[in-house]
Ligand binder design. Sequence first.
Ligand code: ADP
Length: 169
Amino acid sequence: MRKKFVRAIFPGSFDPITNGHLDVIDRGIKLFDELIIAVGRSPVKNQLFTPEERVEMIKEIVRERRMKGVSVESFEGLTVECAARKKADVILRGLRSLTDVQYEFQLAMTNRAVAGIETVFIMTSERYGFTSSTLIREVASLGGDLSNLIPENVQKRLKKRLKCKKIAR
Ligand code: ADP
């Protein structure tokens, strides 16, 4: 049987990227021929890092870990439009728990209804089932140890950013 080439897009805020995201990416690489990590430039969310900084951090990780077939970029607007521009076959999303499921189902059904694109879900490892970028930002602002939950380059940037914020206050 001929194996189809599959390009997936993994959209998200990644503010910042966590080991939970990376766990989904590692599993995704095994399933897809190409994986595009697409960092949203959503103006709505309370951001700690600029889209450029987030892309840079992820690129550092992709380079350092020699992730084959993985590319990183930022996008504005609808995920489905970015997917179409990039000629992605599927959207990849991660699931942590049942609470993610309801929202992710709505999103996946909307994307399928408006653009006919399928979403593939990957369950994260139990280790990262509770990890979210929001929690990482909160724990980091209180000085907690996050070494098990985020990569080293992200830890360094977080420390630096929060120090600057404290000085600015
Ligand atoms: P968004 O704001 O689009 O939800 P996120 O950066 O928060 O962006 O998440 C991007 C994707 O990664 C989403 O599908 C989210 O459910 C998933 N995700 C986030 N954290 C984890 C984690 N710890 N394990 C698995 N998937 C995760």
